[in-house]
Design a protein around this ligand. Structure first.
Ligand code: ASP
Length: 585
């Protein structure tokens, strides 16, 4: 990839893989590839030995070529290649290693099943676009290290074999041989270690850290993933957010030539109200409009039920010029929102507003009544040609279903107003309700509330936290918080979460201890490196930017992990395996 016209007449030695071999009646062309690019080698029959070798070469053979760089003949220059003006006249060609026929072609982009790609990942990574993603990822980590080093952050490693670190997922457990019957947990994040480093006086910490969460997988999740983990002492929310924003803005500028304006800061409540999501995709201009008050009195239970329910929500989503969406497409959207628990998808097409309710086309206007339908149109500022979708259910379902619909419509109708839309979401509540009526921490239990312990105990469900998320194009890039640095406050939060003092001592005694010995006020955050690189390289999934990812069922197809272990090993670990639960039943 590095040779060009300035090297003409120089003798070179090149090593690489044969991307393609072409036999052109008497002359053999080898496209020789390494990670920097491709160079064309020409082997003439008058160099007999090399020619004979070249004849034996097949795609992906590893070879060494010695030769002279020369200008390509007029008319054969390839402007699409950085080396396209030159070629190497190969005088000596040596096969360093043969290669079996590749499981899929590397020189042409063909759609290969993902499991095949993962099984032969070492080959898949030879594809230039895959290598480029790895290269870009390396640039991102170097950039971040440089930035953080420059700001006085110190890289400290924390253990992989540890105790449960609650981030709300299932743990991966590792049995201990030396403590029979006991287990290590792999860290869901280095959260408590980084907080203890603050107690130690490290002051500014970072780590490019592997984290492990045994969760159901989606396109942007992996059981094992990488965080850029950061913590800082003597800092407030604002200062911390400013440093992190500066890092991301400068990185996008320097690596992608993208210039961001200062990030919007959106309170959680506003994000939920307008977009039904705490990670709004602000490239899409659509917003929710609450209409519960308008539909509360109507005799249409589907709407009036949730409108009169404290936990219900009724929203309208106006899509300008959406009236051309076909019935069939609406059916597809109805199916789509049902994934999120919505029982249906009501809609109104605005055909001729000047005719009043008669100009509205919809299965529900007759149930709403003309007056209410028109009141809704007025509130929405509806115009002819629009379509309006409705969500009416428990607020959680409406937010998720119509929030997802908003994103889907943005994608399908290409409603994007810009390519990149970063923001911060701030002022998260401390807790949310669990299905069994208890409370769970929205961020994690070490996040500091924005109120006193007394206020917190009096009304935990109302308390806000000092947590913040950085969101880009509807994806959470990172999140963090100012932490609790006071033992009493920490115990209060544990109690609210149903962890009584005794249990707290047993599980988090080391943290409570640390808080007793002069813990500085501190806070931090963590970015998901894989997601960040996925977005920056415009990849479809995080698996595209991880060298050796797990597949959708959390397995490594390449090494066949997880695997069965033999009984001797299990015995050493004092473990016996029950039959899989399914079989037992
Ligand atoms: N430990 C948190 C997480 O993994 C990030 C943080 O609060 O710094 O989400």
């Amino acid at each position: 990839g590095a040779i060009n016209e300035s090297h003409v007449d120089q003798e070179v030695t090149l090593y690489g893989w044969v991307h393609r071999r072409r036999d052109h009646g008497g002359v053999i062309f080898l496209d020789l590839r390494d990670r920097e690019g491709i160079a064309q080698i020409v082997v003439d029959p008058d160099t007999e030995e090399s020619f004979a070798t070249a004849e034996r070469i097949r795609n992906e053979f590893v070879v060494m070529v010695k030769g002279r760089i020369r200008r390509r003949p007029e008319g054969t220059i390839n402007k699409d290649m950085t080396t396209g003006a030159v070629e190497v006249l190969g005088k000596e060609v040596v096969i360093l290693n043969a290669a079996a026929t590749p499981p899929f072609p590397l020189d042409d982009y063909v759609d290969v099943g993902e499991d095949t790609r993962l099984k032969y990942r070492f080959m898949d990574l030879r594809r230039p676009d895959m290598l480029n993603k790895l290269r870009f990822r390396s640039k991102v980590t170097s950039y971040i290290r440089n930035f953080l080093d420059g700001q006085g952050f110190m890289d400290v490693e924390t253990p992989i074999l540890t105790r449960a670190t609650p981030e709300g997922a299932r743990d991966y457990l590792v049995p201990s041989r030396t403590h029979a019957g006991s287990f290590f947990a792999l860290p869901q994040s280095p959260q408590l270690f980084k907080q203890m480093l603050m107690v130690s006086g490290v002051d500014r910490y970072y780590q490019i850290a592997k984290c492990f969460r045994d969760e159901d997988l989606r396109a942007d999740r992996q059981p094992e993933f990488t965080q850029i983990d950061i913590e800082c002492s003597f800092i407030d929310e604002n200062t911390l957010m400013n440093i992190m924003e500066e890092m991301v803005r400068e990185m996008f500028h320097d690596l992608l030539d993208v210039q961001f304006s200062p990030f919007l800061r959106i309170p959680y409540s506003e994000a939920m109200e307008k977009y039904g999501s705490d990670k709004p995709d602000l490239r899409i201009p659509l917003q929710f409009t609450d209409v519960a008050d308008l539909v509360a009195p109507v005799d249409f239970k589907v709407f009036s039920g949730p409108a009169n329910d404290e936990k219900g929500r009724v929203v309208a989503l106006r899509v300008p010029n959406g009236a051309s969406i076909s019935r069939k497409q609406i059916d597809t959207y109805t199916k789509y929102v049902s994934i999120y628990g919505a029982k249906g998808l009501a809609w109104i097409k605005v055909n001729e507003l000047e005719k009043g309710a008669e100009g509205l086309q919809s299965p529900i206007v007759k149930f709403l009544g003309e007056e209410v339908a028109m009141q809704i149109m007025t509130r929405l500022g509806a115009e002819n040609g629009d379509i309006v979708f409705f969500g009416a259910d428990k607020a959680k379902i409406v937010n998720e279903a119509i929030g997802a619909l908003r994103v889907k419509l943005g994608e399908d109708l290409d409603l994007y107003t810009c390519k990149w839309a970063p923001c911060w979401v701030v002022d998260f509540p401390m807790f949310e309700e669990t299905n069994d009526g208890g409370l769970t921490a929205i961020h994690h239990p070490f996040t500091s509330p924005a109120c006193t312990p007394e206020e917190l105990e009096a009304a935990p469900e109302k308390a806000l936290s000092q947590a913040y998320d950085m969101v880009l194009n509807g994806t959470e890039l990172g999140g963090g918080s100012i932490r609790i640095h006071d033992g009493a406050m920490q115990k209060t939060v544990f109690r609210i979460l149903g962890i009584e003092d005794e249990e707290a001592e047993a599980k988090f005694g080391f943290l409570l201890d640390a808080l007793r010995f002069g813990c500085p006020p501190h806070g931090g955050l963590a970015f998901g490196l894989d997601r960040l690189v996925m977005l920056m390289t415009e990849s479809q999934s995080i698996r595209e930017v991880i060298a050796f990812p797990k597949n959708q069922s959390a397995a490594c197809v390449l090494t066949q992990a997880p695997g069965v272990v033999d009984n001797k090993q299990l015995k050493e670990l004092s473990i016996s395996v029950r039959k899989p639960v399914k079989e037992e039943k």
